[in-house]
Design a protein around this ligand. Sequence first.
Ligand SMILES: NC(=O)C1=CN([C@@H]2O[C@H](COP(=O)(O)OP(=O)(O)OC[C@H]3O[C@@H](n4cnc5c(N)ncnc54)[C@H](OP(=O)(O)O)[C@@H]3O)[C@@H](O)[C@H]2O)C=CC1
Ligand SMILES: CC(=O)N[C@@H](CCC(=O)OP(=O)(O)O)C(=O)O
Length: 352
Amino acid sequence: MGNLRRVPVGIVGASGYGGVQLVRLLMDHPEVEVVYLGGESSAGKTFADLYPHLGSVVQLNIEAVDPELIASRCEVVFLSLPNGLACDIAPKLIEKGCKVLDLSADYRFSELKTYTTWYGTERSDRTIAKTAVYGLPELYRDRIAETNLIGCPGCYPTASLLALAPLLKQGLIIPETAIIDAKSGTSGGGRQGKINLLLAEADNSLAAYNVARHRHTPEIEQICSDLAGHEVTVQFTPHLIPMVRGILATVYATLRDPGLVRDDLITIYTAFYRNSPWVKICNSGTYPQTKWACGSNSCYIGIEVDPRTRRVIVMSAIDNLIKGQAGQAIQCMNIMMGWDETLGLPKVGFYP
Ligand SMILES: NC(=O)C1=CN([C@@H]2O[C@H](COP(=O)(O)OP(=O)(O)OC[C@H]3O[C@@H](n4cnc5c(N)ncnc54)[C@H](OP(=O)(O)O)[C@@H]3O)[C@@H](O)[C@H]2O)C=CC1
Ligand SMILES: CC(=O)N[C@@H](CCC(=O)OP(=O)(O)O)C(=O)O
């Protein structure tokens, strides 16, 4: 007979896109029970006030954020808040014995200086940041299993790093030639009002933004450097595309060995991700679509080589709110708790 006790879980930032996605996924997770939802402007409302269609399955109120109270009820806490808030809350939860998964950038960087430079604010927590593990299970599964604090990756870094990892880890490319051209749907910008995310602004339009200065650049570079074993810089250009969900990252890099062909790389990627159930390598000549990934925790990777330019071109498609955010955090929780890492996560997308 299975274990009948469910692990009590809390979600801070439950009204936002990451928060509601966590609620939806955790509702069907066989090992957990959501017992706390927290927020700021939504505090005092019922979850059904905010999301009437989920009201019949989640009968909780949104409460004000009180770390003492959260720790008294929850063993696992997801923090899905704007950058700069988790580092005030996480230390108090960790001290009380909770496992914490932060979806913001607060615990992604091994050097606090990098955070301060790119995010423009000083961090209040300068101690436990060192113990946080970067929550990309395909690369850091063993370390995730051993920690109580996860800094979950950004959405663009998830798609970009899964595309680049086998190439860097095995020294197949000249790292500095890597160019990441990525497109995101508007939900990547969160639920709060921003002019560029209005339908009238984003529809019928495709544009780059934060060129040569997006905050995901140092995050991608930190992990690329770790994989390559030396400091690596990459060129990263994000674009806003008129759709709601999904990211496609197309990565270009120069191969060291001009003799490598597409099928060699498909074999290498398949072997690299053989124990990673959420990474799906496309067949030769097939390129991934964001539509396949939307609604699932999967990352679809397609590979091509251009013998004229000696470049490899890797395309990586994810759902930014699932593998790029809430789903990845749940995958990390599964690993931290010693459960199967696929538990409670959707295997296939909504479409067709
Ligand atoms: N959207 C995406 O694709 C991805 C986002 N992320 C990161 O995940 C985090 C959450 O993003 P997202 O869900 O998009 O954001 P949203 O803007 O959709 O939601 C933010 C949430 O934070 C809550 N909040 C804001 N200020 C406070 C506060 N002072 N105290 C308590 N709660 C507060 C809001 O609550 P209320 O409504 O009650 O005010 C809301 O629930 C961010 O750090 C983001 O960068 C990471 C990967 C992908
Ligand atoms: C379309 C869009 O606006 N996307 C967001 C990505 C959000 C995200 O993942 O950022 P964090 O690192 O703060 O978690 C952006 O470019 O800022």
